[in-house]
Design a protein around this ligand. Structure first.
Ligand code: SAM
Length: 283
């Protein structure tokens, strides 16, 4: 028998899960601030980070630490507070809790006890990068962080190879060069976008093939980053001269010759000299 109760009425305990900014504090939504002001306790991944964020918004609440290493015990404490009728919210350092962040064990325990959960929405780095990537977003696969050990990482990449959906990875600056090289050598010539420092002053979307991104100077790949990679397109048929001609004519409507040739070459993995030769026949 399914027991139903609306989230914002009734008597069952309710845990709030609050998303937080991924860099730009203006992206802390009014609903998050209003909700946090109403709480008796705020549980968070890092009490120092969240304490600063809350202070910035004039919110002063008792904080409870709940991170990867104490989530089991801390969840029990949060659950007993909810049981006593206290209002408790949980937030991680950035973006949504649970998504490559702690919180999953806490949510699972609440659900198992029949408690309710309400999510207060905000930004998430993966969705932000996917939306700005220009790669297909109708179907996508969220991989998050690849395993750090090269052997486990390579096995995981092998499993991703046949996926048709766009793939979203989280990565850290000290591993990005190695990850890009591993992906380029296993997945072949695919489009990819490295989205850095999203919502911050040095935000950047770097677009190219996996191999092109792997050849960038790693010293320039700093800050927080999400890598978005196109899915397996299946076997690509060789592109005919007639198709290249059509694509060129389309590009030439808006671009100068040099740019149009470069765009057709890059977007379709056709050598530039072949596109140029076809361009000459247009005259
Ligand atoms: N829970 C978060 C979310 O919903 O996006 C993700 C937390 S995960 C521990 C942190 C990773 O998210 C970073 O290593 C990076 O890959 C990505 N990330 C977080 N903030 C970012 C930003 N401003 N720009 C680009 N990537 C970001």
């Amino acid at each position: 028998m399914i027991e139903r109760e609306l989230n914002f009425s009734g008597s069952k305990p309710l845990l709030y899960l609050v998303a937080t900014p991924i860099g730009n504090l203006s992206e802390f939504p009014p609903r998050a601030v209003i909700t946090l002001r109403q709480m008796d306790f705020v549980a968070c991944e890092d009490t120092r980070n969240s304490g600063l964020l809350l202070k910035r918004f004039g919110i002063d609440k008792p904080l409870i630490s709940c991170h990867e290493h104490n989530e089991e015990a801390s969840s029990e404490k949060i659950i007993s507070l909810l049981q006593e009728g206290k209002k408790v919210a949980y937030m991680s350092d950035a973006g949504y809790p649970v998504v490559s962040d702690p919180g999953e064990r806490l949510v699972k325990k609440c659900v198992a006890l029949g408690y309710k959960v309400a999510v207060i929405n905000g930004p998430s780095a993966g969705i932000c990068a996917l939306v700005g990537s220009g790669l297909p977003a109708d179907h996508f696969y969220f991989e998050g962080f690849l395993p750090s050990k090269p052997s486990a990482r390579d096995r995981e990449i092998e499993e991703l190879k046949a996926r048709k959906e766009t793939i979203v990875f989280y990565e850290s600056p000290h591993r990005i060069e190695e990850t890009l090289k591993a992906l380029a050598s296993s997945l072949g010539p695919r489009k990819a976008v490295l989205a850095r420092e999203l919502t911050k002053a040095h935000e950047e979307y770097i677009r190219g093939s996996l191999a092109e991104l792997a050849s960038l100077d790693p010293k320039t790949l700093i800050g927080e980053m999400v890598l978005v990679v196109e899915g397996d397109e299946g076997e690509t048929l060789p592109i005919s001269d007639g198709d290249v001609r059509k694509l060129l004519l389309e590009k030439l409507k808006t671009l100068r010759s040099k740019e149009a040739i470069a765009a057709v070459s890059q977007e379709n993995a056709v050598p530039k000299n072949r596109v140029y030769a076809i361009y000459l026949t247009l005259k």
